[in-house]
Design a protein around this ligand. Structure first.
Ligand SMILES: *Cc1c(COP(=O)(O)O)cnc(C)c1O
Length: 404
């Protein structure tokens, strides 16, 4: 059955999150038809604009350096706890905000490897996000370890069966993305974590495309470490800092970037490094306070919406996208490169055609912002707090015209 514009409007009318769209700043851009990149850079919440202006004036401008002792220094853990509670199924004291995802990955994978001395291998998959692959390769080079690569189905991601075949007594760490950045495939975190643990290895999950889009249960699934970014579904703003999760029992492990703000009693400025207690020892330098305000506001919007409702809307959006693509775009040779089962999809859908680069450029011209993903993918990011069904319908209408 052909999905119509009326269907889209009907879905919007029944969308319990629809009113939250007004909590984001509109783009002053008449040419913008649809923004399908909220999974790469989320839109700005109005509350963040107000909070930043207020902070600059009242906190930075007025309290000046006193602000550090009036709460700024605690922000990495305070906001981390809130992310843990709202999005990650993590009890307090295990999540901290700071640094980029890349740096956080480096720190936690190094810490994880150090917990398994004598084991020589790190497992990841060839379709993992580039920074994850490069960090793993860098650590392997640095420590003389071997990377065990999993080759994944190009329309999916790593499966428990594939992980089973490569893990063993030489595996120190298994590190994977929970939601694949290209296909949107949701890995079976419970099964893969169990398989890694049965082999005596630790797991590091990358949650960049999960956090704020679908519920995660880090404590409940015995996950060892996780990282994730905040500028995607948490709408914290370009370059906003990432978070890392370190399960309580691993917090005595040492991370490699020992800096003054991860030290016990940092302001003693003492000789020699001694790690702080708890997850704080995974911090290194001065927290990016301005950028963290966007994280704080973004998490509160997710809390207000409810991560369960966000998950439901993400599933409805991707289902509508798949139905539209099957009906209108598949006949033009734009095939689905994401899982068909909604339970296996995160918040985005990828289509594939050889001329994806040119097509993406034409779509940008036509006011539909999507992501090109090499070699032949066009990724439609559907951000539950900000994307409407009508916007998606309009986007597909333009893609249809452009690709014809
Ligand atoms: C977006 C993304 C990153 C980004 O890393 P940065 O250090 O913030 O640039 C890392 N991993 C995955 C899976 C991503 O989707």
């Amino acid at each position: 059955m052909t999905p119509t514009l009326d269907d889209a409007r009907d879905l919007d009318a029944r969308d319990r999150l629809a009113s939250l769209r007004t909590r984001f700043l509109p783009a002053h851009d008449d040419g913008l038809v649809a923004y399908l990149d909220g999974n790469s850079l989320g839109r700005p919440p109005r509350a963040t604009a107000d909070r930043l202006a207020d902070f600059v004036d009242q906190q930075w401008g007025t309290r000046l350096i006193r602000g550090w002792n009036e709460g700024w220094l605690e922000l990495p853990e305070r906001i981390g706890d809130r992310i843990g509670e709202v999005c990650l199924g993590a009890a307090p004291g295990q999540v901290a905000v700071g640094d980029s995802t890349t740096v956080c990955l480096y720190k936690v994978i190094r810490a994880a490897v150090s917990a398994r001395p004598g084991r020589r291998e790190i497992v990841t998959d060839r379709d993992n996000f580039p920074t994850d692959r490069y960090v793993v390769e860098g650590i392997a080079g640095e420590l003389g370890l071997t990377v065990r690569w999993i080759d994944v189905d190009p329309d999916r991601g790593a499966t428990p069966e594939q992980v089973s075949t490569v893990v063993g007594e030489d595996t120190a760490v298994v590190t994977l993305s929970h939601v694949a950045y290209r296909t949107g495939f949701v890995a079976d975190m419970a099964a893969i974590t169990r398989i890694a643990h049965e082999a005596g290895a630790l797991v590091v999950w990358d949650l960049c495309h999960s956090v704020g889009c679908l519920p995660v249960e880090l404590d409940g699934l015995d996950v060892d470490f996780a990282v994730g970014c905040t500028y995607k579904y948490l709408n914290a703003g370009p370059g906003a800092p990432a978070f890392l999760y370190v399960r309580r029992e691993h917090q005595d492990l040492r991370q490699p970037l020992q800096g003054w703000l991860g030290r016990l009693d940092a302001f003693d400025m003492a000789q020699g490094y001694e790690p702080a207690n708890g997850v704080r020892s995974f911090l290194s330098g001065t927290p990016p306070v301005l950028a963290m305000l966007g994280v704080a506001e973004g998490v509160e919007l997710v809390a207000e919406a409810g991560i369960g409702r966000i998950r439901e809307k993400a599933a409805a959006l991707t289902a509508f996208a798949v139905a539209l693509a099957d009906d209108r775009l598949a006949p033009l040779g734009l095939g689905l490169a994401s899982p068909r089962d909604p339970a296996e999809r995160g918040g985005h859908v990828t289509l594939r055609r050889d001329d994806a680069v040119e097509l993406t450029a034409k779509l940008t011209e036509a006011g539909v912002l999507v992501d090109y993903r090499a070699p032949d993918g066009i990724r439609l990011g559907l951000s539950p707090l900000t994307t409407s069904f009508e916007e998606l319908w309009n986007a597909v209408d333009v893609i249809h015209a452009t690709a014809s």
